[in-house]
Design a protein around this ligand. Sequence first.
Ligand SMILES: NC(=O)c1ccc[n+]([C@@H]2O[C@H](COP(=O)([O-])OP(=O)(O)OC[C@H]3O[C@@H](n4cnc5c(N)ncnc54)[C@H](O)[C@@H]3O)[C@@H](O)[C@H]2O)c1
Ligand SMILES: Nc1ncnc2c1ncn2[C@@H]1O[C@H](COP(=O)(O)OP(=O)(O)OP(=O)(O)O)[C@@H](O)[C@H]1O
Length: 312
Amino acid sequence: MGARSAVVVTHSRVRASGHLVDEVERQLRRDGFRVSIVDNIAAPEFGSPSQKVADDTEIVIVLGGDGTILRAAELVKGTQVPILGVNLGHVGFLAEFESFQIGEAIRRVADHDYSIDERMVAHVDLWIPGADRPLSDWALNDMTLERYDRGKMIEVSVRVDDVEMSSFGCDGMIVATPTGSTAYAFSVGGPIVWPDAQSLQMVPIAAHALFARSLIIGPKSQFTLDILSDSQSAGWICNDGRRQRPVPKRSRIVVRQSHDILRLARLSGVPFTRRLVSKFDLPVVGWREQHRPSAAANGQDQGEPPESNKER
Ligand SMILES: NC(=O)c1ccc[n+]([C@@H]2O[C@H](COP(=O)([O-])OP(=O)(O)OC[C@H]3O[C@@H](n4cnc5c(N)ncnc54)[C@H](O)[C@@H]3O)[C@@H](O)[C@H]2O)c1
Ligand SMILES: Nc1ncnc2c1ncn2[C@@H]1O[C@H](COP(=O)(O)OP(=O)(O)OP(=O)(O)O)[C@@H](O)[C@H]1O
């Protein structure tokens, strides 16, 4: 049997900051892996294919934050290869392990001791006026359409499955996958969607309208966004904060569920709910609860949750 193969994705700052990448490489080689290290991934052009890992790659190990995981996703998009994230960034919401757990992470990879969390990916078609076919791209987190001219609004109409629902001026629109619901869509007030929900949500950014609610559609539906011909501004499209380009007026963007799936390796069995509480540091004990005299007497104002909240 040939050597197993792993790709380590990091960025030059992490690589330059110490021995961690060398140590991971050494451990993987000791465990019989061929290792390649990718540390500087330029964003592909919107609609262009990205560089991919070799077919025989067993796993991609990411040493970085969410941004590095989104870059690594480009290398595995359309393949079966899973990504394992070890957080060396700030939030690292998509990462499975923190940096101090790296030894365990590598051991579990070597033992093939992990499960796979399948994440839905969005397919994005951009139709530019006059073009006979769309520019096709994708998103693990989100597609954002924002105004090109910072001083003007972009005017957009929204359709779901070809039925026009609304049109308004705004700073932009986000269409997010469940994975992306904790990123930009969260910042503009969108709901958090659990990763196993097969849905897409659209969240307007600063809409100047009385009806501009978030919309959540199912896996067989699609959003269509048209930039109106009399929009004050043209647009700028950006997928996962990476693959981007200007979008002229009268363009159409269609977002639906992709046939591809992105696989995140899971080792710890920590459920999404727990990750959400810890990464977002959610105040599980309500503010009023913390200020009740009985809570203070029980030490709950020192950050100790009441019994009923401990196993949420
Ligand atoms: N105002 C905002 O919140 C805002 C603005 C632009 C882009 N973004 C997000 O940034 C993403 C790109 O990430 P980046 O790290 O390359 O950019 P970045 O370095 O600008 O960081 C954006 C922040 O979003 C966090 N993030 C990214 N994906 C996440 C996810 N799925 N769940 C929870 N947090 C997540 C990152 O950890 C980081 O703290 C885009 O897909 C978009 O969702 C957010
Ligand atoms: N492979 C890469 N190639 C080039 N630049 C990268 C790469 N990975 C990350 N960067 C850049 O390095 C910076 C930090 O990366 P990353 O987003 O992974 O970590 P972070 O921002 O510290 O963590 P988080 O995204 O979890 O908050 C960002 O400016 C990002 O654009």
